[in-house]
Design a protein around this ligand. Structure first.
Ligand SMILES: [Zn+2]
Ligand SMILES: [Zn+2]
Length: 432
């Protein structure tokens, strides 16, 4: 009796796996999409494994995975499973005369909390643990609904948050930061590596691959289909707006997008004002972030107070040229480049300018992509602090860490609120 029901159970599992592996899932789409960069209307006909670029500016409009449901779900399940060993296993250890530390990633956060650096502990928790976990949970929820073709509560809201969190995943940056921190730790002590140290880059790569497979227009169209919402995509004489979230062309008279339910507006409301406000705040914090000490290193014979540039020079003089270049690029060059770049973009969106549109579009894309990478230095300091927390060797953060983190986050917000279509609008105005 028992063996009979067990056999039935296995037969059912076998049938389920056969069904999900043998079935060919078609993700093909034919629709009209607006480009979120130049606002051009594009007719898109895509099959599995294809992508569509804007005919006017070359921006990637939509991408469909070769196996549109199974691949993202499979990657997400593996990533979720990996989070467990990455969290529980020993990450990094150091030992030197009179001091030793063997740390897991949660132990690092605990060490920061214990020493009253809640801001840094929260930064690490938010970007390295909670954001990836919620992101993967939302992805499985949304793709579960898409795969089984069933509507679920809060499906649209879950989809919005999936795309919002995508830009705030920083596991890859933390993985690179751990290599930089390793060079610094090795200079003064012996280092041991744990399993978590090797699994973290794998998790980072998986999350990057998952992010690549998420194409908002495709997912919103599938969500609209299972919710049986007919999305108006063909022009019928009336002017159409491009929804900036799902890229669907929507008739001008609508206040909310039929596909994603977000508020429709020809341009992001108060785009220039918000972008400028965040930029000005970032510029205000940029100066103290470079002038004030970012890290204080103590040992029984010396106390070394260092600013961002001091750290770069020290690494360079020690012969770690490659790491010095990484820290200089992430902490000095990128924030400066982003501030100058955003000033150029805001100027070009408002006034007559000598720049070409392809140049400005590329500038915006670069600013959007590289923004997060400045967090490397903050994560390096977090790791050094957690590792060196003994009277023999102690690392504490300087006030500049808070200003520097604020600069990075404010610049990300400034780029987020900038509506790139305003550049094309100003360009058309100037040429008429
Ligand atoms: Zn375009
Ligand atoms: Zn929409």
């Amino acid at each position: 009796m028992f063996s009979g029901s067990l056999k039935n159970y296995f037969v059912r599992i076998n049938r389920f796996f056969h069904e999900i592996t043998a079935h060919h899932y078609d993700g093909s789409v034919s629709c009209v999409l607006g480009c979120r960069v130049c606002d051009t209307e594009n007719h898109v006909h895509l099959k599995n494994g294809e992508e569509a670029l804007c005919v006017c500016c070359g921006h990637r409009l939509m991408r469909i995975e070769s196996d549109p449901y199974r691949l993202p779900v499979l990657y997400s399940l593996v990533a979720l499973l990996l989070i467990l060993p990455v969290t529980l296993n020993f990450f990094l250890g150091m030992h030197m005369p009179g001091a030793a530390a063997y740390l897991t990633l949660p132990a690092m956060m605990y060490s920061l909390l214990f020493r009253d650096y809640g801001f840094l502990a929260n930064t690490m928790f938010f970007f390295v643990f909670s954001t990836p976990l919620i992101f993967l949970g939302l992805l499985l929820y949304v793709y579960g609904a898409l795969w089984t073709q069933t509507d679920r509560p809060f499906l649209i809201t879950a989809t919005h948050w999936l795309f919002r969190l995508k830009s705030w995943l920083m596991v890859d940056i933390f993985a690179v930061a751990s290599l930089v921190a390793l060079v610094k730790i090795r200079a003064v002590s012996s280092v041991d590596f744990g399993l978590a140290f090797f699994l973290l880059p794998v998790l980072a790569l998986l999350l990057a691959r998952i992010s690549l497979s998420l194409s908002p227009p495709w997912i919103y169209r599938r969500v609209a289909r299972i919710r049986q919402v007919r999305v108006q995509t063909q022009a019928n004489g009336e002017n159409h707006h491009t929804c900036m979230y799902c890229s669907f062309r929507q008739p001008e008279h609508l206040t909310h997008c039929m596909a994603c339910h977000r508020r429709l507006s020809p341009r992001r409301p108060h785009s220039l004002q918000l972008s400028l406000a965040f930029l000005v705040a970032a510029i205000v914090f940029y100066l103290p972030s470079n002038i004030l000490p970012i890290m204080i290193t103590e040992n029984p014979t010396a106390v070394i107070v260092s600013r961002i540039l001091d750290g770069v020079f020290t690494l360079w003089n020690q012969g770690d040229h490659f790491i010095a270049v990484i820290i200089f690029t992430a902490s000095v060059a990128i924030p400066f480049f982003k501030i100058v770049g955003m000033i150029v973009l805001l100027w070009a969106a408002r006034f007559k300018h000598p720049f070409s549109i392809p140049f400005l579009s590329h500038l915006y894309r670069i600013i959007e992509i590289i923004g997060r990478w400045s967090m490397i230095d903050v994560f390096v300091i977090i790791m050094l602090m957690a590792t060196f927390a003994t009277p023999v060797a102690r690392v504490t953060p300087g006030a500049a860490v808070i200003y520097f983190t604020a600069v990075v986050l404010l610049m990300m917000l400034s780029a987020y609120f900038f509506d790139v279509r305003l550049l094309w609008e100003q360009h058309d105005k100037s040429n008429n």
